[in-house]
Design a protein around this ligand. Structure first.
Ligand SMILES: Nc1ncnc2c1ncn2[C@@H]1O[C@H](COP(=O)(O)OP(=O)(O)OP(=O)(O)O)[C@@H](O)[C@H]1O
Ligand SMILES: [Mg+2]
Length: 259
């Protein structure tokens, strides 16, 4: 990660209101290649809404989104995918009864010149991409419902990578996983970082966040309290940001910081 290049994502002054509620209020957050930025905050802080604006699920009222330094026109999920922005939902959205290759190519199957499914080519590239993400994975013949939570997670991520994702949004990726599987997701994230992919991680687990993220961004009442490199703040200070909106010396204050 270096800050001499343009950020992968630069969201500036993003706002959206639902009725009278300012769900996101002047939020600015960026993300560099190979970086993991964790979004933290209480229930209702605006994390999901901000990230849904980036993924095109919601249309913002105001603010700009830049991708690689250029203003991006994102007003629906298709636009966002066109910019390489993919979301891994907590549900993973996998087709349980078919195998990994079929999941990777769901809805865009490779065909032979004779108009039949090209299972050989699909399995070949499934092995290639899974080999990169999760080298120990061997269960290519099993339906994904037979896989562990961590393995299913890697299938969902592999599918995003095949769609040319450069920016991944992960919503609570380890919430349903045990310690060993959580470690596996950590390995996956390391691999994605080494390929220059940027990740927004929504998580309630501060401990996880300190392991997985490079920076944290804390939201409260729709506003950014502050952002910080994980090395510049400790867990108590981040809790203070979340609960009190208090920005510690190691963090860069946002509009939501209290004095
Ligand atoms: N579609 C919607 N219609 C009306 N209000 C909404 C909608 N989506 C979110 N909100 C409101 O916007 C605010 C921010 O919600 P959001 O879901 O972004 O919070 P969050 O930080 O993701 O919380 P959680 O940790 O519970 O997931 C809340 O007050 C919520 O009730
Ligand atoms: Mg949410």
């Amino acid at each position: 990660m270096t800050n001499t290049q343009a950020p992968l994502i630069d969201m500036e002054n993003i706002s959206i209101a639902f009725g009278g509620i300012r769900a996101v209020d002047g939020a600015s957050i960026n993300l560099y290649p190979g970086e993991v930025v964790a979004l933290l905050g209480h229930n209702g802080a605006g994390k999901s809404t901000l990230i849904k604006i980036l993924s095109g699920a919601y249309k913002r009222d105001s603010g700009t989104i830049k991708v690689n330094g250029e203003e991006a026109a994102i007003s629906n999920p298709r636009d966002a995918k066109g910019y390489g922005i993919e979301t891994i939902y907590q549900t993973l959205a996998l087709a349980d009864n078919v195998d990994t290759a079929a999941n990777l190519y769901l809805g865009r199957e490779l065909m032979t010149p004779w108009g039949t499914l090209d299972d050989v080519a699909m399995e070949h590239s499934a092995r290639e991409v899974m080999g990169r993400l999760n080298p120990r994975f061997q269960r290519f013949k099993d339906p994904v419902k037979a896989l562990s939570g961590g393995q299913r997670q890697s299938v969902a991520i592999a599918r995003a990578i095949l769609f040319n994702a450069r920016i991944l949004i992960m919503d609570e990726p380890t919430a349903a996983l045990g310690p060993q599987e959580t470690a596996q997701v950590g390995e996956l994230i390391k691999q994605l970082k080494s390929e220059g992919i940027g990740i927004f991680l929504i998580s309630h687990d501060i401990h996880d966040v300190f392991h997985l993220a490079d920076r944290v961004a804390v939201m409260k009442n729709g506003q950014v309290v502050g952002t910080a490199k994980v090395g510049d703040v400790n867990e108590d200070e981040v809790l203070g940001m979340i609960i009190l909106g208090k920005c510690p010396p190691g963090a860069i204050p946002g509009p939501g910081a209290v004095n």
